[in-house]
Design a binder for this molecule. Structure first.
Ligand code: HEM
Length: 465
């Protein structure tokens, strides 16, 4: 019988609970540096094994819903969102998976790209000629508007959006994977009241969608029209939970990484130059973004990927062992919790060259460092539960970055923002940015009037089609 993983030294009784709640990444990094790629921490009485290596990640993701349970560790999400998809047991998940993932299939992407373009442009138009913004909160608002618009339609985004997000904030503030989720704490009571208000707000909207299904074309309507394999419709209460779950999964994560993407590009003037050259060629002033342009914006996309590596907003993922499971030289007993931590694992020097350096070109095809192991990048999870909205989020982060840099010259006032960590998604602390709208010259000497001529990637796409 193999031994259990070595336990990181920590205080008696409470163990690492408070350190974990304060800054889980720092704790898990210390454990990795002290004890290596498999070790254990203690959250009160509960043992938790930490796995920091692409091979061990593989076990974590491929054993999920088999020997490892996801939903038993996401009870705090079930309390916040309802029993749905990834917060439900495997049989509920299996029934709902195709319904949850279908709106994100590539044939549906054009609609959401359009919503992103509209929302980002509306934000940029509101900025005037020059000024200063706090980037993290500005991008959070844009991402909320994109989520409302793409998921629930423009009408909902305009009318119910702000109140929806006020209630949603109360749900977000009550997320805590460590405390029992139904303790009578004020923040949990506020969460439950907010959840009831949100559900009450959404019920008449679903009724209207059922009455006039042909008038809408968005993700909510996909859920309303959906059928299980046996032909049953999806109950209204399940649709409510699906929508709350998508809003949860999609907005804080995306806004944190989108803000970091812009910040990191601005912190690296050489890379900024490559991005600006690419935007000048493939997205000249006045041009909107469609799916083909997105494919052409390679430097912007590599920057998005490098930020996912260096600043993953969903950094620590959790499972529970349903039976004893061997990982490497150790045995993890039934009842233990397991963690993986993207923040630590995506900076492993045996996987990424000079992992502390910002280097988006590591994702270019000639280097492809991320392809060395299928589970080296885990910022969007892996296996059957891999993020349903990964392409949606990548498109959104690319569009925000590209349109912002297409239309503005930017300068970081907050040169080196810190990270806000908590029980939700990691995000940059307040980051002030000075901006000047770029001048568009009607008779420039080198007008890039036809992006397909100037942009090498678009040219290639044209030749191929
Ligand atoms: C940068 C943005 C995002 C990040 C970092 C992110 C990260 C993740 C991660 C790590 C997981 C797996 C959780 C686990 O295995 O425990 C996940 C799952 C999921 N994400 Fe995302 N996500 C992002 C954006 C989105 C968006 C925009 C949506 C939808 C609008 C979305 C919807 C989902 C759903 C539905 C799942 C559950 C999939 C399943 O269980 O089958 N995510 N996400």
């Amino acid at each position: 019988m193999k031994p259990t993983p070595p336990v990181l030294a920590g205080p008696p009784i409470i163990g690492h609970t408070f350190q974990f709640m304060k800054n889980s990444e720092e704790l898990l990094r210390r454990g990795f540096e002290t004890l290596g790629p498999i070790f254990a921490i203690k959250l009160g009485n509960q043992h938790a094994a930490v796995l920091i290596d692409p091979d061990y990640h593989q076990t974590f993701f491929m054993e999920t819903d088999k020997r490892l349970s996801m939903h038993k560790t996401y009870k705090f999400l079930k309390a916040a969102l309802g029993e749905v998809g990834f917060t439900g047991p495997p049989e509920v998940y299996a029934e709902q998976r195709s319904i949850l993932h279908k709106p994100f299939k590539s044939e549906k992407a054009a609609n959401s790209i359009k919503a992103m373009q509209v929302e980002v442009q509306q934000w940029l138009d509101s900025l005037g000629e020059q000024g200063e913004i706090e980037l993290t909160s500005a991008i959070t608002t844009v991402v909320q508007n994109v989520a409302s618009h793409a998921l629930m339609g423009k009408k909902f985004r305009d009318q119910a959006g702000p109140e929806f997000w006020r209630n949603y904030l109360l749900i977000g503030q009550a997320l805590n994977p460590v405390l029992p989720p139904y303790l009578p704490l004020p923040k949990f009571i506020r969460r439950d009241r907010a959840k009831n208000r949100l559900r009450a707000m959404l019920r008449p909207i679903i009724a209207e969608r059922r009455a006039h299904p042909d008038e809408y074309d968005d993700i909510l309507q996909d859920f309303v029209n959906a059928r299980y394999k046996d032909g049953r419709i999806v109950a209204d209460e399940t649709i409510l939970s699906l929508i709350l779950a998508l809003m949860f999964a999609g907005h804080e994560t995306t806004s944190g990484q989108a803000a970091w993407t812009v910040i990191q590009i601005l912190q690296h003037p050489e890379y900024l130059q490559s991005v600006q050259k690419e935007i000048g060629e493939c997205l000249p002033a006045g041009q909107t973004i469609d799916a083909r342009t997105l494919v052409a914006l390679k430097h912007v996309f590599w920057a998005v990927e490098e930020t996912t590596r260096m600043h993953p907003s969903a950094s620590t993922l959790i499972r529970r062992a349903e039976e004893d499971i061997e990982v490497g030289d150790y045995s993890i007993p039934e009842g233990w919790i397991l963690f993986v931590c993207a923040d630590v694992a995506q900076r492993l020097p045996n996987v990424f060259s000079e992992p502390q350096n910002y280097d988006p070109l590591r994702f270019s095809p000639d280097r492809a460092e991320d392809k060395r192991h299928r589970f080296s990048i885990i910022g969007f999870g892996g296996g059957v539960h891999k993020c349903a909205g990964m392409n949606f989020a990548n498109n959104e982060m690319t569009i925000i970055t590209a349109l912002l840099l297409q239309q503005f010259d930017l300068e970081l006032v907050t040169k080196d923002p810190g990270v806000i960590r908590g029980m939700g998604a990691n995000r940059p602390d307040k980051t002030f940015v000075r901006y000047h709208r770029k001048q568009v010259h009607a008779h420039s000497d080198t007008p890039a009037t036809n992006a397909a001529d100037a942009c090498p990637h678009l040219k290639m796409l044209q030749t191929e089609s």
